[in-house]
Design a protein around this ligand. Sequence first.
Ligand SMILES: [Zn+2]
Length: 66
Amino acid sequence: MNDKLIQKHCHTCGDQLNTWDARISKSLGYTNPLCENCVAKEYDKTVEELREVFESFFDMRPCMGI
Ligand SMILES: [Zn+2]
């Protein structure tokens, strides 16, 4: 899996999103996509914890390079 930057930005902090962020937002049903940092904050988790949750629940895995 290769997480590329996409032409969308986080609705909260304005960071450019990648395909992983977009997939997370889509899975959560967000109308306005958020970066994983902001999603983690919403759920009061660290980014690492959030990734673990998504890996186990959705069998998804971010590119290790990001
Ligand atoms: Zn953000």
